[in-house]
Ligand binder design. Structure first.
Ligand SMILES: [Zn+2]
Length: 171
């Protein structure tokens, strides 16, 4: 950053940026973290350490995310017990989504390139969905997939509630 104040201005901006990061978990980029400031979807289940949200994507009904509550960047930043508790939730979501949506395949993904706040995508896939066999972030393969099972957020919430209990995940 170049300005008439030279170094003073630069240092001031850095300090401002750090304060911003502390509040919003934005890291050194100064960018507001979407998963620190919003739920990231319709909350289906939550514990003190993580939450399960339903993603609003008409092409992918049942697409859920498991989001770690704290602004943590990588899986290896968690303690082993925390990693295990997070993955227990991911597997529980996979089990529930498989049961309710009967997809041809489940995709689990943790990328975070755009939002480096630890989260897992749990995505039901069908052979004729918009991107199959590409990842859902890949190139579109077809435009009009057949309708997939319609399951309400309430039904998902209830099924997850039976599969998970908040007290089990105090990572
Ligand atoms: Zn964050």
């Amino acid at each position: 950053m170049v300005c008439s104040e030279g170094m003073t201005c630069s240092i001031f901006l850095q300090v401002q940026s750090l304060q911003y990061c502390d509040i919003l978990g934005a890291g050194m980029t100064g960018k507001i973290c979407e998963l620190c400031t919003t739920a990231g979807g319709t909350v289906l289940w939550a514990s003190p350490t993580c939450r399960v949200v339903l993603v609003d994507d008409p092409s992918y009904p049942g697409f859920c995310r498991v989001v770690w509550t704290a602004h943590v960047r990588e899986m290896s930043d968690l303690e082993p017990a925390q990693r295990q508790s997070l993955m227990n939730v991911v597997f529980a979501v996979e089990t529930v989504v498989r049961s309710l949506f009967t997809p041809d395949k489940m995709n689990l993904a943790s990328l975070g390139n755009l939002t480096p706040h630890l989260h897992w995508h749990v995505i039901p896939r069908w052979h004729d969905d918009r991107h199959f066999p590409e990842p859902i972030w890949g190139s579109v393969q077809r435009d009009a997939p057949r309708p997939h099972p319609a399951v309400s957020a309430d039904t998902l919430r209830q099924a997850l509630g039976k599969q998970l209990h908040p007290d089990e995940h105090q990572g």
